[in-house]
Design a protein around this ligand. Structure first.
Ligand code: NAX
Length: 337
């Protein structure tokens, strides 16, 4: 039988953690034939919730689950880790300035990066979900000099999936027929959800959208005034309607991100989106952890190359990248990277 894959989940006592654990244990992330050993990292006040989740994992009787450890010790949690899901973060409290938020999260993601550096397996893959996700990933990576920087990613697959859902609804088509939407930039309200290369059943989506909305100009207006802000602010809409932040959809996107990264993009599925260190592609400064259209090939995420970028797209990408640069400069000034 196979050696279990060690999966470390931070914030395991929280909402997204609770939704993630059972999907990981049932094989939906790493495969139906891959045993997993779970390491749940929490802060002391979250330990009981994580221990409770561990009891329920036992009650799930998952044949693939080789073990569950609950700890508040970073070194123990990341020792031998193959897959790290960094979900726990410090939320913005009342009256908290941006610098305070970045500093508080620097205090989490710096030491976690160092613990990953010290203990992780050679093949470690990391996705940061906890916000501000891109910059938290940048901080963690800066504290892990021995781990190749491209192993540090941040989640924008939820934004990607939201864009797919909105475009499918606008085209009155099943989501499964849509390919090649892209999320660019930061996982924040400045992100740019881009449908300029999208297709429905292999046909360009924009003309289909124009046909449904009464012309190219109304379609452009819908994109700028409805689609882009709705995707970018979907988190706030969920809170407003549901009375609580996105949980199951965030967990689902995290599973999608890591499943595709480890297992490869499914044939014919087109590209998806993930935030990863820029290699300078599309004018995004090297080293910034920015969202791009990506494919997973041979166990590596690759930025899709050669896409035509319109003037409209250029301006939107640049605006979100400017925000990432400002966050990077702020954490640099705080001495966090
Ligand atoms: P919860 O508050 O339910 O859970 C967070 C858990 O993290 C808590 O149990 C807390 O004790 C734990 N924690 C805090 N600091 C920790 C540390 N240093 N080590 C280990 N655990 C720690 O939040 P939840 O709804 O699960 O959301 C988690 C994070 O995901 C938040 O930062 C949230 O903003 C972020 N999100 C990111 C999304 C994305 O697409 N990238 C979407 C969903 C979500 O908003």
């Amino acid at each position: 039988s196979r050696t279990p894959v060690t999966v470390t989940l931070t914030g395991a006592g929280g909402q997204i953690g609770y939704a993630l654990l059972f999907r990981i244990a049932s094989g939906q992330m790493l495969g139906a034939d891959v045993p997993v050993r779970l390491r749940l990292l929490e802060i002391p006040q979250g330990l009981r919730a994580a221990e409770g989740a561990a009891l329920e994992l036992q009650d799930g009787a998952f044949p693939l689950l080789a073990g569950v450890d609950v700890t508040d010790d970073r070194a123990a949690a990341f020792d031998g880790v193959n897959v790290a899901l960094l979900v726990g973060a410090r939320p913005r409290g009342p009256g908290m300035e941006r610098a305070d938020l970045l500093a508080a999260n620097g205090g989490i993601f710096g030491p976690q990066g160092a613990a990953i550096n010290a203990g992780a397996a050679d093949d470690v893959r990391i996705v940061v979900v906890g916000n501000p996700a891109n910059t938290n990933a940048l901080i963690a990576s800066a504290h892990a000099p021995d781990v190749p920087s491209e192993r540090f990613t941040a989640l924008t697959r939820l934004d990607h999936n939201r864009a797919l859902g909105q475009l499918a609804a606008a085209l009155d088509a099943p989501v499964g027929g849509i390919r090649n939407v892209s999320i660019w930039g930061n996982h924040s309200a400045s992100q740019y959800p881009d449908v300029s290369h999208a297709t429905l059943d292999g046909a360009p989506a924009l003309p289909l959208l124009a046909a449904r909305l009464g012309g190219a100009e109304p379609a452009e207006r819908w994109l700028a005034d409805e689609f882009i802000p709705r995707v970018a602010k979907r988190g706030a809409e969920i809170i407003e309607v549901r009375g609580s932040s996105s949980v199951a959809s965030a967990a689902s996107a995290t599973i999608d991100h890591m499943r595709d990264w480890v297992g490869g993009s499914p044939a014919g599925a087109g590209w998806t989106s993930a935030a990863l260190p820029s290699d300078g592609s599309y004018g995004v400064p090297e080293g910034l952890i920015s969202s791009f259209p990506v494919e997973s090939v041979g166990g590596q995420l690759r930025i899709v190359q050669g896409l035509e970028i319109s003037a409209f797209s250029r301006a939107r990408i640049d605006a979100s990248v400017a925000e990432l640069i400002a966050e990077r400069d702020a954490v640099r000034a705080l001495g966090l990277i």
